[in-house]
Ligand binder design. Structure first.
Ligand code: CUK
Ligand code: CUA
Length: 624
């Protein structure tokens, strides 16, 4: 029996189900309370919701004890982590350390996670931007989450059964893996979009010869996390997204000038969206048409490459106004929409047209003028695109089929603009990256919060604002402001039915042998090596004390023998910098050198019962 169930009577309460649209009809009037400052275009005549309030809309609140409808996986920027929030409540449910050691979850404290960090390059931090959940048949399968490290050029995988990082790949020939996405429909490959141009390999050659620098798209096998191949391109790249049918991958780019200063990088009015023909790249790799650099096949996808001559170029360069930033493919798979950043338009590229046109510019089917500083675009299930306007501090909702019909530069496709507070980067709508978005909630990840919260010193929180977008007549309704620690970039919103988290560990899912009660052991292997196998339960460890000698290399393998979910223990060893977190049925191992004689109280840092404070063990390190 599960003792926690008694403490949590609400776990199985009925879910918040649809019917939101009915609620909305009543709620819209409450929301219609602010002006439309800054709006320049066609607006819903029923007005916008709550520009100045943080929307107390009860119909989107989640009562205590009730569960949210969606998981939101937010990147943590230069904290290096992933944050899990419930949507629509925006309650933060968990944090998943990815590129950084973190003591509450013991990540980087036990042998396995330390090894993941070490083999991933040994850096102490990362910069997560784009969390993308694996898909099967263009829908979330809840298996993995992939996320880039923009700082140190890496890609990580998070296991969504245990909500734990299980692999980090340190990508060669690349500095700043920025965009991240998969080959769809079935996560055949994971792509990292290289940003900063560097010599390849970056080993001291060509240090001051920017013409010799390069930037690559990297394809990674999602199962092994091995790099399969890379494609070198001209100019910087930035963000990326995959076509729904698996042939094309799109990456925005800036710095087609290949400059190394800001002035040089923004001289030209034209940059490119690069469309990578994945099967054609595989053909090139299989035919041996690559150069091996740092152990990876690198295919030449630059404009002048012979692989870009003929009728099956590996990379097509679609010209866009300067420095497009985000790119995302519409749910129907028909268009890749790039957001202009330094240009007030979005560029709508026909996905099927890419293969058909002689001049890639002819694949551009629409170019609506959406507003100042367009950065990223998300989708609902009704043909609308939602684009963040960084400079205007707005989200613009527009109709992408109307944009294909309209003249380039037209504002006609715009349906609505809604203020956000302030300066949004990404935005994400529920299941927007799949073929079937839910069309109900949208979160705008605003970089600045300015005056929205109590001041907390000169570093302000950011502001993640949640909107209800399910009622086109009422318009976007601001439901919630959520202050956010720096700094989420992108997110994925996944329906809770598609994620199946484990309640306790299954010992078959890790390599270490579980240590049941009665099978604890203390073994002195030789004069300077000790191996301890022990367990933890309420409120004790297998050994009330262990004695080792100064200089011993001590390995502790410890299992949490609890079977009751949510009874977590840890073993913290002060002054040896150790804190292993142990969920029920989990086993972790750590090795340290007992180089300081003395008494060290190992203790449990998770408050696990009334006798939690007594849950400890003495580690006696005798002088030699
Ligand atoms: S990027 Cu940060 S706001 Cu890394 Cu997707 Cu645009
Ligand atoms: Cu175990 Cu506290």
């Amino acid at each position: 029996t599960d003792a926690t169930a008694a403490r949590r009577p609400n776990l199985d309460l009925p879910r918040l189900e649809l019917g939101r649209r009915d609620f909305m009809k009543a709620g819209a009037a409450v929301g219609a309370m602010t002006g439309l400052a800054g709006c320049t275009s066609v607006l819903s005549d029923e007005g916008n919701g709550g520009g100045g309030s943080s929307g107390a809309s009860g119909e989107h609140s989640v009562a205590p004890g009730e569960h949210d409808e969606y998981y939101g996986f937010l990147s943590g920027g230069h904290t290096g982590e992933i944050r899990v929030v419930g949507i629509p409540s925006m309650r933060e449910l968990m944090r998943i350390p990815v590129f950084q050691a973190e003591s509450a979850r013991g990540f980087g404290h036990d042998a396995k996670s330390s090894e993941i960090l070490e083999e991933g390059g040994g850096y102490t931090w990362g910069d997560t931007h784009h969390p993308r959940v694996s898909q099967t048949d263009n829908d979330y399968d809840g298996r993995w989450l992939f996320v880039n490290d923009k700082a140190n050029g890496r890609m990580a995988r998070v296991d969504l059964e245990y909500f734990e990082t299980d692999a980090i790949t340190n990508v060669p020939n690349s500095q700043a893996v920025h965009g991240a996405c998969m080959q769809l429909p079935d996560t055949q490959l994971v792509f990292g979009v290289g940003e900063f141009r560097v010599p390849m390999p970056n080993d001291g050659r060509d240090v001051d010869d920017p013409d010799a620098y390069g930037s690559v798209l990297t394809a990674i096998d999602p199962e092994t996390m091995d790099v399969e191949w890379q494609v070198e391109v001209d100019g910087n790249m930035d963000n990326g997204d995959g076509g729904k049918e698996g042939r094309w991958f799109f990456a925005t780019g800036y710095n087609s000038e290949e400059g190394v200063t800001q002035g040089e990088m923004t001289r030209s009015d034209r940059d490119y969206v690069k469309a990578f023909d994945i099967p054609a790249i595989w053909d090139a790799v299989e035919a041996g048409n690559y150069e091996e650099i740092s152990g990876v096949p690198v295919v030449d996808g630059t404009m002048d490459s012979s692989l870009n001559e003929g009728d099956r170029p590996v990379v097509r360069y679609v010209p866009t106004p300067k420095s497009p930033h985000g790119v995302s493919v519409t749910p129907d798979g028909n268009y890749a929409i790039a957001s202009g950043k330094l240009d007030p338009t979005c560029t709508v590229i026909g996905v099927d047209e890419i293969a058909e046109v002689d001049d890639p510019a002819d694949a551009i089917l629409g170019q609506p003028r959406v507003g100042m500083g367009p950065l990223h675009t998300a989708y609902d299930d009704r043909g609308h695109a939602y684009t963040t306007l960084f400079i205007d501090s707005q989200v613009v909702k527009w109709d992408y089929e109307a944009a294909v019909e309209a003249e380039a530069g037209s504002e006609e496709p715009i349906v609505e603009k809604h203020d956000v507070h302030y300066n949004p980067g990404h935005l994400i709508a529920s299941e927007s990256y799949t073929a079937s978005p839910q069309g109900d909630y949208l979160v705008s990840l605003n970089k600045l919060s300015k005056d929205r919260f109590l001041p907390v010193g000169p570093i302000h929180p950011e502001n993640d604002q949640m909107f209800y977008i399910g009622d086109d007549d009422a318009g976007m309704e601001l439901v919630k402001d959520k202050p956010s620690y720096p700094e989420p970039h992108d997110a994925s919103i996944v329906h809770r039915d598609k994620i199946e988290p484990a309640k306790t560990w299954d010992p078959d899912d890790y390599d270490l042998d579980f240590v049941p009660e009665g099978e604890e052991s203390f073994e002195r292997v030789d004069d300077s090596t000790v191996e301890i196998e022990m367990w933890a339960r309420r409120n004790e460890y297998a050994f009330p004390e262990v004695t080792v000698r100064e200089g011993d290399e001590v390995t502790i393998r410890i299992s949490n023998v609890e079977t009751t979910s949510d009874v977590i223990h840890s073993i913290a060893i002060p002054e040896y910098d150790i804190n292993l977190a142990l969920a029920p049925q989990d086993t972790r191992e750590v090795t340290f050198t007992a180089d300081e004689p003395g008494v060290y109280w190992a203790y449990c840092a998770y408050f696990c019962s009334a006798l939690h404070l007594e849950m400890r063990s003495r580690i006696l390190v005798e002088p030699r």
